[in-house]
Design a binder for this molecule. Sequence first.
Ligand SMILES: [Zn+2]
Length: 239
Amino acid sequence: MIRMKSQMRRLRQINSAPPFESQRSERRFWADEAQDYIFARVKERPKSPCVQRVVRLLELMTAAEELRMELYQAHQDFESTHNPAVPRAFGSDDSRLRGKVRELDDHLREMNKRIGRYRWRPFLRHYPGYTYLEDLYLSTRRSTDERWENAAVRWLLRHQIKGYGGLPAPILRFRRCRQCSAWFYALTDHQRHCKLKCRQRLYSDSPEFRAKRARYMRERYRPQEKEREQRATEGGKHA
Ligand SMILES: [Zn+2]
């Protein structure tokens, strides 16, 4: 049943995303998709080669998009002004940016080498209920692992990689939890943890929290304890 549901969602999604009521519902939708396409298997079989290849691709894609954003900004600054103080991103005198250009090229080279293994067969059909005609990209591979890997990469390439100018691609919503380092799809820009529990754990380990707790113990809890103890001994005396 779950399989059926996720299959239907995949079929519906491969053509186009439905119109969304809000940015939040859009992100929620892609987070669910990420769960079905990527995270479920990553969590289930983290050590399998197919999962490791997809995770490496994810790392490369997020790093490449971050570099692209940075270089885009530098390129804009370079183009829009003749101020010599602006780093000459694509000239010869900013070694930091030259390094970034090289880094992005390296990432692209590795990604292209990696995605060269995937094969899809285009296929057209009418969507059930004649909602629209849709193009599907079916895996030509046989094993479950290979089919999963093909579908996961296809989905990442099709839906998550395309940013535009200063707008980041959705791929940057893929993040690793600061606390447990699990992958998650961020619903808000500032989200850094996969779940509430991880955020709370991080907070309870923080110096601020520990100082607060120590102060509470010193100023409120311990005096109350003392009082209780005293009352208990006094009570004992009377008895
Ligand atoms: Zn976590």
